[in-house]
Design a protein around this ligand. Structure first.
Ligand code: HEC
Ligand code: HEC
Length: 206
């Protein structure tokens, strides 16, 4: 039942917001964004957005709509967890709408690096949770919104290959409302640490 509600919510959200972005920027904007990515963003997010440090989320192959939303949320300071404040507010403040669109387009087009393997039993538990949720709790399947293989759908972010410690940190700050993400908050509010670590290990391995 809960999964069904989550699914309907997805469809509703996509219907409301799904067509607003994903434009192709003009040539000059594409070039300027690629330069900005190489000169500034790559220092933390790695070349082409494939960061190797778990402090910095991978951006390669991330959904264009999601990237745009997040850059706007940093710029307006709506995404307010401590690392967003410390690392991204200042940078996003310097980006205009055109550059935000260009950077989102650039990173969405970069090929994502392979995932990072880990403990097989933990990964198997995580896959089960991702595919089916935890029926005894109000914890629906993640695949409904994030895609069967964690590849993301529309505004729902790609999670495949993302750093596990980054994802556990995000679920924690969403739970504690430091990062305002109302849809995800409702989904993960009863998730415990062991469940977070399992699902994150699975996703990181993809
Ligand atoms: C000094 C290091 C640093 C630089 C430079 C930097 N970032 Fe970030 N970025 C971070 C950190 C750390 C986070 C994670 C913040 C958090 O945990 O909330 C982040 C998060 C993000 C996210 C959210 C990813 C997600 O999965 O939600 C996007 C998008 C992003 N950065 C884009 C950029 C772009 C584009 C640039 C260049 C214009 C850039 N960043 C430059 C450190 C950096
Ligand atoms: C009803 C749809 C929905 C379901 C189901 C869902 N999510 Fe999400 N998730 C979202 C949305 C929307 C966001 C982006 C929030 C924002 O805009 O800041 C998100 C963001 C995330 C992020 C942060 C990604 C990043 O790059 O910072 C993680 C991690 C995550 N979800 C994990 C999960 C896990 C694990 C599950 C299953 C227990 C799950 N989600 C189920 C909608 C959903």
């Amino acid at each position: 039942m809960t999964t069904k509600i989550a699914y309907l919510l997805c469809i509703a959200m996509l219907a409301v917001t799904g067509t607003a972005y994903a434009d192709k920027p003009d040539e000059a904007t594409q070039k300027a964004a690629a330069r900005k990515a190489a000169d500034l963003c790559s220092a933390c997010h790695g070349p082409g957005g494939n960061s190797i440090s778990p402090t910095f989320p991978r951006l390669a192959g991330q959904r264009q709509e999601y990237l745009e939303n997040q850059l706007r949320a940093f710029k307006t300071q709506k995404r307010g967890e401590p690392d967003a404040h410390d690392f991204m507010w200042g940078i996003a403040a310097s980006l205009d709408d055109k550059m935000i669109g260009g950077l989102a387009y650039y990173y969405a087009a970069q090929p994502p690096a392979r995932g990072i393997p880990g403990d097989a039993a933990l990964i198997a538990r995580g896959k089960d949770l991702f595919d089916k949720g935890v029926p005894s709790k109000p914890l629906p399947a993640c695949s409904t919104c994030h895609g069967m293989n964690g590849e993301g759908i529309g505004e729902f972010p790609r999670l495949a290959g993302q750093h596990a410690t980054y994802m556990v940190k995000q679920i924690t700050v969403i739970q504690s409302l430091l990062r305002a993400a109302p849809v995800m908050h409702g989904i993960v509010k009863e998730m415990n640490r062991a469940e977070m670590e399992a699902v994150a290990a699975y996703l990181q391995s993809l």
